[in-house]
Write a protein that binds this ligand. Structure first.
Ligand SMILES: C[S@@+](CC[C@H](N)C(=O)[O-])C[C@H]1O[C@@H](n2cnc3c(N)ncnc32)[C@H](O)[C@@H]1O
Length: 213
């Protein structure tokens, strides 16, 4: 399988600089920052999670949580056991600032998914969520295949038996995601996303796929 062409979005320096600016924006204007891939794609996933039968006290982790948007939405829906991790201290600082008033129960932690020790997370998870983080890891200029492999194994190891992994990507199609994860996880659902047709081929701008351990 071909790897993606590497990009600065695959480097930690890029995200550190981006979140430094977002912290300054939040401090100055109260702007919490980007919703990656737009609110519609986040809403589709949150709706699916709300209706899939997962208990409200299920341990949920958001990988590469950024400003914590997904966890804040899940908290609004009544989910109570929420942890966000990101390898940028700046992202965690921003997420904590944004969540502080309304969502004080969401926990955040600096953690690198590809190298972190899973015992530091304190438990296994009934639901693991990712929006855009596997994408960033896939763009790493240093051996992206190895980074992706490490990520996939960490996700498998942090899931409870029968736990769900919900991933949204704009770089990989749902078929490619199934191809990359289905050695170790079972496909549960491809969440329908709007499609476009060009030159006789049908495609989606983002793919959201659910796997089960
Ligand atoms: C495209 S942003 C998505 C942020 C957030 N998930 C969202 O949807 O708003 C990718 C995020 O992945 C984080 N990230 C990239 N590689 C990571 C790694 N190895 N471990 C933890 N976080 C990582 C970045 O710091 C960044 O916050």
């Amino acid at each position: 399988m071909d790897e993606l062409e590497s990009s600065e979005l695959g480097t930690q320096t890029y995200w550190q600089e981006a979140y430094k600016k977002e912290i300054a924006n939040f401090d100055e204007h109260g702007d919490p920052g980007d919703v990656w891939f737009g609110e519609d794609s986040a809403c589709r996933v949150i709706d699916w999670i709300c209706n899939c039968g997962v208990a409200k006290d299920t341990a949920i982790i958001d990988l590469g949580c950024g400003n914590g948007y997904t966890l804040q939405k899940l908290s609004e829906e009544g989910f109570s056991n929420l942890l966000g991790v990101d390898y940028c201290m700046e992202a965690i600082t921003l997420a904590e600032k944004v969540s502080k008033e309304e969502f004080p129960d969401i926990k955040y932690k600096v953690f690198d998914i590809t190298t972190g020790n899973l015992e530091d997370l304190g438990c296994k998870f009934g639901l693991v969520h990712d929006k855009g983080t596997y994408d960033a890891i896939s763009l790493n200029p240093n051996n992206p295949k190895e980074q992706r492999e490490k990520y996939i194994q960490q996700v498998v190891d942090m899931l409870d038996d029968k736990g769900l992994f919900v991933i949204t990507s704009c770089n990989w199609t749902s078929d490619e995601l199934v191809n990359q994860f289905s050695d170790r996880l079972r496909l549960r659902r491809v969440i329908p996303t709007p499609q476009f047709k060009f030159g006789g081929k049908v495609g989606s701008v983002v793919s959201s796929v659910v796997f089960e351990k």
